[in-house]
Design a protein around this ligand. Structure first.
Ligand code: FMN
Length: 238
């Protein structure tokens, strides 16, 4: 019972804050601990196609404010973490899972490694630059899907979405962790993505899903009441 009370407290107190105490130094370890929480998020096939970039140098922070179009949250935050998808890292993630699972002495697990990580995962993730393989896979799944249920999200762009879904769950773990540590965050997607990748030395084929600003809310920050559409209007029983 205590657990759920504490859990609800964290959920209910997390807010997107747009004005932080400028120059405030976060307690040490807050970001590291919250990143440890982030990587425990459920993620598709445990492929962990994500990377996290902490922006700490003053010079990069200044540039980042500009790329976030001067948003106040960016101007005043103590730190930033960019949440980045890495679908191109699928081979090493696959190998990592195979290695970990192979050390488990269990026939079911061994079969899963063979069938899943060595056969299915490459079919899903192995895409070429132009996405042509993905087009062929789409055609193939549309045909096989006429007779039986199939996974249809097999194109290069579908895999991008797969990576974003898992990354967003990591981002939420991270933000709740920061709130539980006594600070607040502002997730931002309002930035120049091309220049942001350049700032972080990232290749063009990855996505910066969100840049999360972290800080201590400023004393006079305006936080409007949190409002949502009613649950009844978005939840359906079928
Ligand atoms: C993916 C994503 C992108 C967002 N981008 C921005 C942003 O660029 N700037 C901003 O001020 N807020 C941004 N937000 C915060 C939302 O506006 C905020 O979560 C929403 O208004 C609900 O408020 P709450 O988080 O306080 O409950 C973003 C939130 C998410 C999840």
């Amino acid at each position: 019972m205590d657990k759920i009370i504490e859990f609800d407290k964290v959920i209910n107190s997390r807010r997107s804050v747009r004005s932080f105490e400028k120059g405030y130094k976060l307690n040490s370890g807050v970001v590291e601990r919250s990143l440890e929480r982030a990587i425990k998020a459920p993620n598709s096939s445990n492929m962990q196609l994500w990377e996290f970039y902490r922006i700490v140098s003053e010079d990069k922070k200044q540039q980042l404010v500009d790329l976030c179009l001067g948003q106040e949250a960016a101007q005043t935050a103590s730190e930033f973490v960019a949440f980045v998808t890495r679908p191109d890292r699928w081979r090493e993630s696959r190998d990592f899972n195979v290695e970990k699972l192979s050390s488990i002495d269990n026939e079911y697990v061994k079969k899963k490694v063979g069938d899943y990580y060595n056969k299915l995962i490459p079919i899903l993730y192995n895409n070429d630059k132009l996405g042509l393989k993905g087009v062929l896979k789409k055609i193939y799944t549309s045909i096989t899907g006429l007779k039986k249920p199939v996974v249809r999200e097999v194109s290069k762009n579908d895999v991008r979405i797969v990576a974003h879904k898992s990354l967003a769950l990591a981002a939420q773990n991270f933000m709740l962790g920061i709130t539980a540590e006594g600070y607040q965050t502002c997730p931002m997607e309002g930035f120049d993505s091309k220049r942001m990748k350049r700032l972080l030395n990232l290749p063009s084929w990855v996505d910066v899903s969100m840049v999360i600003a972290i800080g201590k809310p400023s004393k006079d920050v305006l936080i409007t009441p949190q409002f949502r559409k009613s649950l009844e209007s978005v939840c359906f029983t079928v």
